[in-house]
Design a protein around this ligand. Structure first.
Ligand code: CMP
Length: 147
């Protein structure tokens, strides 16, 4: 059955003008782009999104990188969307991806283990959390508190 995952074109992908090429690959691979949002992450948002990595030595660099420019956040839908998107983007380390997965998106536009151009949810539970993180539906209660 249909499944959804959260995909993101990171700042290096957007500033490197890879957005259209990546979206073409996404659609040709059979994904439906059901939501998209171009946004600039601030420190607080990037830190919350990557909370699970907060104890890692690279965390401060990760937050600096992810706040360095706009990102394109997308909700992708297809059968097996989570694992199929992970397969399409390739390994975390783009340098290794260029050798082991030369047709992957990270081989196309990533640079190394940090500047790896794109994000993909690593499980269906992560996908659910990450989709809610960026696309929390505005309900009547939210509207009331905004006024
Ligand atoms: P991703 O796997 O999408 O989510 C965690 C991110 O942290 C990862 O992409 C990289 O951008 C970054 N990252 C992971 N490992 C390292 C590392 N060893 N050094 C720097 N950044 C990293």
């Amino acid at each position: 059955s249909e499944e959804r995952t959260l995909a993101m074109i990171k700042p290096d992908g957007v500033s490197g003008n890879y957005t259209e090429e990546i979206k073409t690959i996404v659609v040709e691979a059979g994904f439906n782009i059901v939501k998209e949002m171009l946004t600039q992450l601030d420190k607080e948002t990037a830190s919350a999104f990557y909370e699970e990595h907060s104890s890692r030595s690279f965390f401060p660099h990760l937050v600096t990188y992810m706040t360095s420019g706009p990102v394109l956040v997308m909700v992708l839908e297809k059968r097996n969307a989570v694992s199929d998107w992970r397969d399409l983007i390739g390994p975390t380390d783009a340098e290794k991806a260029k050798i082991s997965h030369p047709h992957s998106i990270r081989a196309l536009c990533g640079k190394n283990s940090q500047k790896n151009c794109v994000h993909g949810s690593d499980s269906t539970s992560s996908a659910e959390r990450e989709i809610k993180f960026f696309f929390k539906d505005v309900v009547s209660g939210d509207i009331a508190t905004q006024q």
